[in-house]
Design a binder for this molecule. Structure first.
Ligand code: NI
Length: 174
């Protein structure tokens, strides 16, 4: 089921530290993951974190194909993820489904290795480069209440915040 994506400044859940998942392989967890993929594909995103649908749990889903029908899906579920290694740098435009309409260059590691649990609670490691590294870093940030705006200069961040507040007042940010 497609859920509503929470927008930045409308709900403090986006700036809170999410809780670890402690129960695995439950119907609720399976459903959460299905709903997160549905919501992400509907919004044409490549990643989504549970707080973005108002669930303060350490769960993220990623598919760098973005659900493109020409490509095989590459669904990745990261539960309780930890970044264990990063290497290199890349700078590229980044956006967020919780901050639609705003994209800015963000510097991220070129390569990231993450340790996470799967839906059954099994630990695994994954190393991603380029877009996958960027997506994993962005989504894991969400679980720590950090948005990509935190990686911008204070000037740019404040400008975007002001624009969002205007949209809120105009009822165009819900
Ligand atoms: Ni995001």
């Amino acid at each position: 089921m497609v859920r509503k994506v929470v927008r930045y400044l409308n709900n403090p859940v986006l700036e809170q530290i999410a809780e670890p998942v402690t129960e695995f392989d439950t119907p609720e967890l399976h459903q959460l993951i299905v709903d997160m993929f549905d919501t992400m594909y509907k919004a044409h995103g490549v990643g989504l974190a549970a707080p973005q649908i108002d669930v303060a749990k350490r769960v993220t889903v990623i598919d760098t194909t973005g659900g493109d029908e020409e490509e095989e899906p590459e669904q990745l579920v990261l539960i309780n993820p930890q970044v264990i290694l990063t290497d290199g740098k890349q700078t590229g435009e980044e956006g967020c489904l919780s901050i639609p309409g705003f994209r800015e260059p963000v510097r991220r590691p070129k390569i990231a290795t993450v340790r996470a649990q799967d839906v059954k609670g099994e630990w695994f490691e994954i190393t991603g480069e380029d877009l996958l590294a960027r997506a994993m870093m962005h989504e894991i940030d969400h679980l720590n209440g950090i948005l990509f705006l935190s990686h911008l200069s204070a000037l740019k961040r404040d400008l975007i915040k002001r624009k969002i507040r205007k949209l809120q007042k105009a009822g165009e940010w819900e």
